[in-house]
Design a protein around this ligand. Sequence first.
Ligand SMILES: Cc1ncc(COP(=O)(O)O)c(C=O)c1O
Length: 465
Amino acid sequence: MVSTNPPGTQYSGTKYLPASNDPQISPNQQLLPLTAKVNSQDCLEIGGCDVTTLIKQFGSPLYILDETTLRTACRQYRDTFQRYYEGESQVLYASKAWSCLTVCAIAASEGLGIDVVSAGELYTALTAGVKPDLIYFHGNNKSLAELVFALEASCNIVVDNWHELKTLVALATEKSLSSVPVMLRLTPGIECHTHEYIRTGHLDSKFGFDPNDLDELFAFVTKQTVLNCIGVHAHIGSQIFERQPHRDLAGVMVQWLNKAKEYDLSINQLNVGGGLGIKYTESDDPPSIEEWGQPICEVVQEACKAANLPLPKLLCEPGRSLIATACVTAYTIGSSKVVPDIRTYVAVDGGMSDNPRPITYQSLYVSVVANRMSATATETVAIAGKHCESGDILIKHAHLPQTEPGHILVVMGTGAYNYSMASNYNRVPRPAAVIVANGEANLILQRETLQDLIEKDCLPERLKS
Ligand SMILES: Cc1ncc(COP(=O)(O)O)c(C=O)c1O
């Protein structure tokens, strides 16, 4: 039975449901996935699947990815750039947010390309069937083996520094290649830390070329027939709520294109990176995907017109805002500890190994009890992970109804930088992940087993008993 609460009572779960099922709703502005509902058992349903049933079927903890939310975000990005940009555009999924075969395949099926930053991410994207010309390989210290792999795969390479540029020229020459497609990553002097940004002459960043090297860089690149410099790239930060930084960025990048003209370089791609923020907590208020993309398109168009430049192909590469809201992590509640007059700890069967963001960045999350969605929140507790680390607290102040061991706690917005940053700390196996749609759940990542954990261990002969 769904409990009926008197008006004005604080609900623990139902208030986080999407406000409407309007397809225009921007996923990054929601806390729960777009298909979230409460069923007649007062349990949370995602993609038509009861979360408590999923836990019985697939075990706990469990990442639950909602296909509708992910596809909606992909389409909104694609449609925004098609609607507001008169030239060609291409959205890339920054797969560092969550790289696995299913996510790459879905992004590709929605017409997105993929940004990768390692041989592992490149291999995943290729295996998922992503076309090499839609793959862009980033990274500030790609190994020789990674560069060779990228050349053999014929993907685009986003060159980060002089060492890489010269290594690439040597490798391409050695392999008698020509016109290897490269982009140049520059640090534009725009720095963003979530809600604030600054313009500086020099950025303290390990990524990208110094824009003061632009003349030298273009002069060098134009002479390298083994390379085809197709574009420029910049990424100014993550979880950004302001729109001005990307407007400024777009303007600066068009100036770079203008300079390229002086060197006879027909650069025709401009990639503004990712960075749009998402709603992790009730007070977060990011712009929608459309509100973020529209001004970027407008600035590039206006600036190109003013400089009499042809419109470049416009690229962006969001990660978090494409996938974070699409996924929740469901845990099983176990022990609890009351520290009188201080706080109550409620422990779950995962923690910093499946979501390192709270301990690493003090990131905030919101949770609900999946089997008590309409119950009134009666207490504020700290959600503790199971790891041997006092700082392993997933949520410091969770407002929840009374919970008991065995209840299912769902943490929202865990699609980005959770699985991809997960570890085996304390030799805890990584959870499974399922994708849900239309009442069906499919495994997309198997739960690691204890055997998996020792698979790569080697015991020297002399130590064997
Ligand atoms: C080069 C680059 N592109 C794209 C992204 C994706 O950013 P976000 O997940 O904030 O959209 C990142 C994130 O660090 C990045 O470094």
